[in-house]
Design a protein around this ligand. Structure first.
Ligand code: GLC
Length: 545
């Protein structure tokens, strides 16, 4: 099976694999690379395959797993839990043979505290690796150098008894922040990229990049005037993080990375960056796009946290599309990942189907989180089963990320076809119904909808390359837009309300697909589309696809 490989411009969707949870092949209850190899046919090429052209792996590198791989102890190898570099090479070859691109995670802001660099760095103040990390003297009273907070709770500074200084950790104390002001660190990061590109990896997702540059004088972050000390308020939000991130050299450092990306043909880098609230979204996005729009782009996660309503979604998409330079900038809309509650649990089942239609009909490169194509829900994790440390170190805030990381549901078997033994996290439930084998047999299932949408998108120049325009900009219930390419047009109409809604469409329109396949909206003789609650449809014209 040798499928022609597409350029990134032609890729219709990226699929995120959380490697611990996709497929276990060796019976230890944790997913691994040979497991993924055995499931490649599901992704593309096999009968009834989902039809994605690219996969992105959350970290696979050796790690003590304090943050499940986002604490890297060796950037150029594979953790034995997942397999070997040879397994990875085999997976790469298998993916490429099917025309699937492979993207890996890259964690530039911090390493594991067990990385050999940090082990050396903390041995003495004059160790050659000392300046690889961010060390600072205490204040005269012995307290931390400034008020910066760790996202994962408490001060961002950890005292080191041996050398009498604090080190910075934006995340866990097991994840010391690298010192990007040191050119040697930046060189190391560039050679890591070369290592993976030389092997044939096609793209990089760059983790938590906003933190690589910080205020060089370590000034305090100012208080957030909007913060109220409610019982469930996250103390991290008590400050405006304007000194501890988005430092003056951020885009310059990222540019050095994309210079490496650009030395290889058809490679890309996607920056992880959430809406900040401190900067306007326009400045923030255009800053990231400005790094090098030929090969890099930021995620757009705005759809994850906002109110589920037509005005709210229309607003962010219209605004975003409005300031992009469509010839240069690739939007990367993303509605779920390994850090966010599951889509269906956030918005509801019919609403999640609407989001599937939205995501696959917007311009750019959609990124779909594994299991979202089945409509998997958040798992219910008992305290004794918790793996992610967040609920323990930030009690009462319900920020633990285990619910969205539960095993992929392949079948109705005891462990959902994921493993032959009890998996590392419990199954999310309802796996007798919500699984690939069962849903692929049902024409109106969530999976059938995704498969249809991805197949349609893969064949549609209008959806992959066409222009975008918002329609009917003040409708309180229905968000609609048109995509156009040459003479072809597709209209997408999304009913965000829980009532039936009527929507006028041009003569000659017909419904190509509905998010509710069993009972799609009809168009009346007077050219009015009769939408069901939360229904989303793609409408074609007589002369179009
Ligand atoms: C990113 C990752 C998250 C991780 C953090 C620290 O936000 O997506 O899972 O915990 O960075 O690396």
């Amino acid at each position: 099976m040798n499928a022609p490989s597409k350029t990134w411009k032609d890729v219709n969707a990226v699929y995120q694999i959380y490697p611990r949870s996709f497929q276990d092949s060796n019976g230890d209850g944790v997913g691994d690379l040979r497991g993924v190899i055995s499931r490649l046919d599901y992704l593309k090429g096999g009968e009834g395959a989902l039809g994605v052209d690219a996969i992105w792996f959350s970290p696979l590198f050796p790690s003590p797993m304090a943050d499940f791989g986002y604490d890297v102890s060796n950037y150029c190898d594979i953790d034995p839990l997942f397999g070997t570099l040879d397994d990875f090479k085999e997976l790469l070859a298998g993916a490429h043979a099917r025309g699937i691109k492979v993207m890996i995670d890259f964690v530039p802001n911090h390493t594991s505290h067990e990385h050999p660099w940090f082990r050396e760095s903390k041995t003495s103040r004059d160790n050659p690796k000392r300046e690889y990390y961010t060390w600072a003297d205490p204040k005269p009273d012995g307290s931390a150098p400034n008020n910066w907070l760790s996202i994962f709770g408490g001060s961002a500074w950890e005292w080191d008894e041996t050398t009498g200084q604090y080190y910075l950790h934006t995340f866990l104390k097991e994840q010391p922040d690298l010192n990007w002001r040191n050119p040697a660190v930046r060189q190391e990061m560039q050679s890591i990229l070369r290592f993976w590109f030389d092997m044939g990896v096609d793209g990089i997702r760059a983790d938590a990049v906003r933190w690589v540059s910080k205020d060089e004088h370590y000034r305090d972050d100012p208080k957030n005037p909007a913060f109220t000390d409610a019982p469930n308020a996250d103390p991290f939000a008590s400050l405006l993080h304007v000194q501890s991130r988005f430092g003056p050299h951020l885009f310059e450092y990222l540019r050095e990375l994309t210079d490496v990306v650009e030395q290889y043909p058809d490679k890309i880098m996607i920056f992880e960056d959430y809406p900040d609230g401190v900067f306007t979204s326009r400045d923030q996005y255009l800053g990231f796009y400005g790094v090098n729009p030929r090969v890099s782009m930021p995620f757009n996660f705005e759809g994850i946290g906002r109110e589920f309503s037509a005005p709210s979604f229309r607003h962010f998409i219209t605004e975003f599309q409005g300031f992009l330079d469509v010839d240069q900038h690739t939007p990367v809309y993303c509605f779920g990942n390994h850090d966010q509650p599951r889509l269906v649990s956030r918005v509801g089942e019919r609403q999640a189907r609407l989001v599937a239609v939205l995501q696959t009909t917007l311009p750019g490169l959609p990124v779909v989180y594994y299991g979202d194509e089945l409509g998997m829900k958040n798992g219910i994790i008992r305290p004794s089963e918790e793996q992610d440390p967040l609920n323990v170190i930030k009690p009462g805030l319900n920020q633990g990320r285990d619910p969205e990381r539960t095993p992929m549901q392949w079948s109705a078997d005891e462990y959902a076809g994921f493993s032959t033994v009890k998996p590392w996290l419990p199954l999310a439930g309802q796996h007798d119904e919500v699984n690939v084998a069962t849903l692929s047999q049902k024409y109106d299932s969530f999976l059938a909808l995704y498969t249809w949408l991805l197949d349609f998108r893969a064949r549609s120049d209008v959806l992959k390359h066409g222009g975008y325009q918002t329609l009917d900009s003040s409708n309180p219930h229905v968000f609609s837009f048109v995509r156009m390419h040459g003479n072809e047009q597709l209209m997408v109409v999304l009913n965000f309300s829980n009532r039936r809604r009527s929507y006028a469409v041009p003569p000659g329109s017909h419904v190509l697909i509905s998010s509710q396949q069993a009972n799609p909206a009809k168009i009346s003789r007077k050219h009015v589309l009769k939408l069901h609650p939360y229904e989303a449809v793609i409408v074609g014209q007589m002369h179009s696809a």
